[in-house]
Ligand binder design. Structure first.
Ligand code: ADP
Ligand code: MG
Length: 258
């Protein structure tokens, strides 16, 4: 019998991050397997956004490290110390990790098509015509094939977030991080965005999603991770964490959001 272990898509290893005297991530470790969908839950201020930003090195941890398919992100070993990579090398790595923000962060002066096509052209991955063809395909997939010429301000929040998801997909990243992708939306627009994320989850892209949508977590997550006070308090299948939480802090949190 072989006991071959699949390489982790993401490994977060004992990460510490402080702002001033505030310890925001207090030794967080997390392994995300290829194709896994991990939902991160936790109260406001527990460090969820900081954790996602550490994963793609938008924030630099004071201790610990993150690796993607075994490759360190943002740093390299020099002897027994971690040294920061060049800005150029960090940008190249970041292109392999998609990020979807709460507030969409689309370029307001670019059309929907150009928003999605921009990154693969900027990184040199595709020529303009190829990138636009890919953008049309991705926009059709998120249900916006007829809005390619629109500007972000002409779209609803739900449509803008679907563009942002298509944009994250355009670099064909192995992993997409989503930080409260539906929190800024009017309630009636949440469903269309969750349905696009569900489709993405089904396509085998590794996803790490911060959300307060418990029903959605139950449906799509392979694993739920509860973060509190900068620590992973508990994790497990949705049935374990959402229906039978072991830790009092998880119970307290769920009683407020359910
Ligand atoms: P969450 O996403 O779980 O609500 P965050 O990771 O955004 O939590 O933030 C955790 C804590 O870190 C909060 O108290 C927040 O005020 C603080 N924080 C986040 N970013 C910064 C920053 N750039 N400078 C100072 N404090 C920050
Ligand atoms: Mg946050």
């Amino acid at each position: 019998m072989t006991t071959r272990v699949e390489p982790a898509a993401i490994e977060v290893h004992s990460v510490h991050k402080s702002y001033g005297t505030q310890h925001i991530l207090d030794g967080v470790s997390l392994t995300v397997r290829p194709r896994e969908v991990v939902v991160i839950l936790g109260p406001s201020g527990s460090g969820k956004s900081t954790l996602l930003r550490v994963i793609n090195h938008l924030e630099k941890p004071e201790a610990g490290y993150v690796s993607l398919n075994g490759e360190l992100i943002g740093v390299r070993w020099q002897g027994d110390r971690l040294r920061e990579l060049s800005e150029r090398a960090i940008l190249a790595q970041r292109g392999r990790i998609g990020f979807v923000f709460q507030n969409f962060n689309l370029f307001p002066h670019l059309t929907v098509l150009a928003n999605v096509a921009a990154a693969p052209v900027a990184t040199g991955a595709l020529r303009k015509a190829e990138a636009e063809e890919l953008a049309r395909t991705l926009l059709a997939r998120v249900g916006l094939g007829d809005r390619t010429g629109a500007y972000p301000r002409q779209l609803s929040g739900g449509q803008q977030q679907r563009v942002a998801i298509a944009r994250a997909m355009a670099l064909r990243p192995g992993v997409i991080l989503l930080d409260e992708p539906t929190s800024a939306l009017d309630p009636e627009l949440v469903g269309e965005v969750l349905s696009v994320i569900k489709d993405l989850a089904g396509s085998g892209t590794t996803l790490v999603i911060v959300t307060h949508e418990i029903g959605f977590a139950r449906e799509v997550a392979d694993r739920v991770v509860f973060l509190d006070g900068g620590r992973v308090v508990e994790q497990g299948s949705p049935a374990e964490v959402l229906d039978n939480p072991r830790h009092p802090r998880t119970r307290e949190f769920l009683s407020k959001v359910l």
